[in-house]
Design a protein around this ligand. Structure first.
Ligand SMILES: Cc1cc2nc3c(=O)[nH]c(=O)nc-3n(C[C@H](O)[C@H](O)[C@H](O)COP(=O)(O)OP(=O)(O)OC[C@H]3O[C@@H](n4cnc5c(N)ncnc54)[C@H](O)[C@@H]3O)c2cc1C
Length: 415
């Protein structure tokens, strides 16, 4: 192997592969370094029954749109991994698996970058970081106060109900928390769930999947600059909904009717007690209000465009909390495992170039940083809603590829 490449892509997930595809199409020499294997995050960091929340038709990798017979379905974990592996096979990217990039530095004398990897030192004119954004489990410090006998894991480590004891506490109700709680609940486990402030989305409404309505309404083309919340939208928790069994809503109130124990947010642990905030009612109502507001927006679109669509009856909450539970003796109710569905934090500490804000987030404009030749790809809302997902990565990879090509042409015209 040579030790200089014009372009190095760090990460062989869907983002890194997409950029590799675009560069290869234009005949640009490059290499992809992947710490693990192609599609590793989908294979290793998702639970057994995991399936996409976004419909299959949104899997639009550059040059490789979903072509199966269930465009409105939701691929299961193995199918997602297969889709990405098949994508790689379809264009044979120049990828080195099992190679971690340990550091990226600016070369001081001339332009370009120095990379230390697990197989040696490299230099590159251009570096594109496509290492994902869900790097480190975010687990609150109060977790350390739990009794040692309680099994603790993060959502990225959860695999299946069989591997856990009978009574489980799930903390957090983002997409992962709700789906994991449901997975355990359906398997007959006794589930205690701390409900946070995550919003909820309807699945189908007025005859179509909500994603299809939002697509028609142009939501997925809305850039971050046009979004009313601007940069702040990047930190927002995803709406909970599921693709399981062909796709359906998640209604935590229904789970409660079926025996799941719901509480407000977990705010402390002391001795043998879990302490909750008194916000269960507020969080359930808040999630419902978001779901209703999505429906209202769709109603407005339907009216404005005079679309024929069936009318749906208004949502009726099937359960209300009767009392506010402030604390729970977790030994008494025999909680033996806790799953922290409390999110992730990104870790770009190995990039020794000052392009980060005080929270460690790379400052960029559509993935282009102030450091010439350094790019990011695949981050949530890098440019649109789909940037950190299957649906928008082709657009972002195409854009970065064009920027890279333009920068190289400029360089050639100068030299
Ligand atoms: C629980 C969960 C559910 C999701 N559900 C959906 C969904 O339904 N639909 C949807 O469209 N999106 C979904 N996403 C979002 C997104 O599609 C995935 O996070 C996807 O994995 C992002 O692809 P990526 O290529 O950007 O990052 P990743 O898939 O994480 O790939 C990054 C790669 O970089 C490698 N890497 C990291 N650091 C280095 C290094 N220093 N050197 C070399 N290699 C490195 C990693 O091994 C990894 O393979 C979900 C995300 C999560 C966490």
């Amino acid at each position: 192997m040579k030790n200089h490449y014009p372009i190095v892509i760090v990460g062989g997930g869907q983002a890194g592969l997409s950029l590799s595809y675009c560069l290869k199409e234009k005949g640009f020499d490059h290499i992809v370094f992947e710490k693990n294997t192609i599609g590793y995050s989908w294979r290793a960091k998702r639970w057994d029954s995991f399936c996409l929340v976004t419909p299959n038709w949104q899997c639009k990798l550059p040059g490789y749109h979903y072509f199966g017979d269930e465009p409105d379905g939701f691929m299961q974990k193995e199918q997602i991994v297969q889709y990405i592996e098949d994508y790689a096979k379809s264009f044979a990217p120049p990828i080195k698996e099992g190679v971690e990039v340990l550091s990226v530095r600016k070369l001081s004398s001339q332009g370009g970058f120095a990379l230390t990897t697990t197989i040696g030192e490299y230099t590159a004119d251009i570096v594109a970081i496509a290492s994902g954004s869900y790097h480190l489990p975010k687990i609150p410090l109060i977790s350390q106060k739990l009794d040692k006998s309680v099994v603790q894991l993060h959502s990225s480590q959860y695999k299946n109900p069989q591997s856990l004891p009978n009574t489980v506490l799930v903390v957090g109700t983002g997409q992962s928390g709700c789906q994991i709680a449901e997975d355990l609940h359906l398997a007959g486990k006794k589930v205690h769930l701390c409900v946070g402030s995550a919003p909820r989305s309807p699945r189908r409404y007025r005859g179509k999947d909500v994603v299809e309505w939002l697509d028609r309404m142009g939501y997925y083309d809305l850039s971050i600059d046009e979004h009313p919340q601007k940069d702040q939208v990047r930190a927002k928790t995803n709406h909970y909904v599921t693709g399981r069994d062909g796709g359906r809503e998640i209604d935590l109130r229904q789970f409660a009717l079926e025996g799941m124990q719901l509480y407000g947010s977990l705010h402390n642990i002391s001795d043998r007690y879990l302490h909750f905030q008194g916000n269960l009612q507020q969080n359930l109502d808040g999630a419902d209000a978001v779901a209703e507001s999505i429906k209202k927006t769709i109603d407005g679109f339907i009216d404005k465009n005079q679309i024929q669509a069936p009318i749906e009856p208004p949502y009726q909450p099937v359960w209300q909390p009767e009392t506010v539970v402030a604390q729970l003796d977790y030994h008494r109710v025999e909680i033996e495992a806790v799953i922290w569905c409390t999110g992730y934090q990104s870790d770009f500490s190995w990039i020794e170039i000052p392009v980060f804000d005080d929270k460690g987030y790379p400052t960029h404009d559509r993935g282009v940083t102030a450091q010439e030749g350094l790019y990011f790809l695949g981050l949530p809302w890098l440019y649109t809603w789909g940037s950190g997902r299957f649906s928008g990565i082709a657009r972002d990879a195409g854009y970065l590829c064009d920027r890279i090509v333009a920068s190289q042409q400029l360089l050639q015209s100068i030299t």
